[in-house]
Design a binder for this molecule. Sequence first.
Ligand SMILES: Cc1cc2nc3c(=O)[nH]c(=O)nc-3n(C[C@H](O)[C@H](O)[C@H](O)COP(=O)(O)OP(=O)(O)OC[C@H]3O[C@@H](n4cnc5c(N)ncnc54)[C@H](O)[C@@H]3O)c2cc1C
Length: 509
Amino acid sequence: MPHEPIESVVIVGGGTAGWMTAAALSRYLPNATTKITLIESDEIGTVGVGEATIPQIAEFNRMLGIEENEFVCATSGTFKLGIEFANWGRVGDRYFHPFGAYGFDLEGTDFHHFWLRLSQSQDTPGLDAYSLNASAAYSGKFIRPDGDPRSVLSRLGYAFHFDATRYAAFLRAYAEQRGVVRKEGKVVNVHQNSADGFITAVELECKDVIKGDLFVDCTGFRGLLIEGALKTGYEDWSELLPMDRAVALPTTSTETPKPYTIATARDAGWTWRIPLQHRVGNGHVYSSRFTDAEKATQVLLDAVDGEPLGDPRHLRFVTGRRKQFWNANCVAIGLSAGFLEPLESTSIHLIQSGVAKLLSLFPGREIGPVERNEYNRLLSTSYQHTRDFILLHYVATERNDTPFWRYVQQIELPETLQHKMDLLESRGSFFRYEDELFSVVSWLAVMQGQRRGPKGYNPVADSLSANNLTKSLANMRGVISKTVAAMPTHQEFINRYCSASPTVPAENV
Ligand SMILES: Cc1cc2nc3c(=O)[nH]c(=O)nc-3n(C[C@H](O)[C@H](O)[C@H](O)COP(=O)(O)OP(=O)(O)OC[C@H]3O[C@@H](n4cnc5c(N)ncnc54)[C@H](O)[C@@H]3O)c2cc1C
């Protein structure tokens, strides 16, 4: 019966994707009608990386009713105001991709047109001086935004860094409290209906057979159900994004945590630095066509500050996405659905987006093509938009100093990306299509920061006299500096509200 509710959802995999899915489904599906089982294998374990996020994750927390300070504390988290990109436009350059707005719009027109007009006619500070996020980040400050739209603080945006293992454990406790049944064990066999290929059950090594109506494949890169059983196929994007390896290494902290991620371009890839409360996450994402594991590990070891907290961990991946995210009665969420390298911390967001869309399109017992097709259409668009934005970082650059950078220079760009770059580069125009994730602030930050900023601007910016414009922009910079000066430091904020191990008593802050 198409309208009868699903009785049993089986989630295979207990990494970030599995537990995010379990938590959200347990929050919204009526417990009495729909049983949720999650199977995970301690022997296989999780990918163990994935510690930087984008601001949309706050919506996920809100959707689940999670108290933010409790979540930051439980995951040894820190706050993230954006990403500093070093060496991307040219070696020695750095810029900030902020999670909040630039300046204030004037005459109903985006701020950046006014800044472009001024910066093209006289010496004026760079975009970072007009970003509350960038200014606070570089001063090591943090505070939550103000809800009052008249306050400059309402323009602050933030996300989190957190410990991936602690995040999964936190969500597991949440989901189990809401009735999710966890089974430990390894799935060794997938039972399918011979007529339509639908999955009927999964079989564990211990011979237990778990039946279900809807299966969610959260088994990571292996895609045990979506690929192993259903042979869905993979759209390989590695000609566009040639990164296919990573080496990760947590280290001790040598300073108080910065409220931002650092992504530094290297000869054949880039390194990340993610500060948590109790350690720093580091890694090197690289292309095996242009370097090898030994050299890549050395680049990472040379880049870290603290003491290693283990051995370097090597990972392999193929950039791309599953040809269908939802096939038959199986929805792939997380790394089983696809992977875009972590340059803009988008994977956890794509999990969130998959879970939210699954809930919106949640099927009845008889799973048909209507919801499935729409889910696949929406997710395909999200992956494509995200891919284009990541690719932008490699192609909007003057770097051609190594074989890797010369290779990326000659990549034939997808039309969708070329179109966006052309519009922005010409006169600073930008349009957000469909459910597109990244806004003009993000695109402008990268293009301007990598020396491919707009050549012209919208003529509305000529409507103010040069004198008034200079004054307005100076005023904006003043407001931002004053606001940053009054903020607590990032460490003080953590100590006060969400310290995993309090170091400074709250009354001293
Ligand atoms: C180098 C790197 C850096 C990253 N950095 C970021 C980042 O900064 N920000 C971000 O948003 N994302 C990042 N990601 C992506 C992020 O790590 C993943 O999106 C996230 O961890 C989700 O992984 P997952 O749950 O899909 O898979 P996994 O963590 O691999 O979990 C798979 C689960 O499936 C189970 N399983 C597998 N096979 C079986 C079986 N046969 N039987 C039973 N259980 C099974 C495993 O035990 C495990 O529980 C990064 C990824 C990589 C590779």
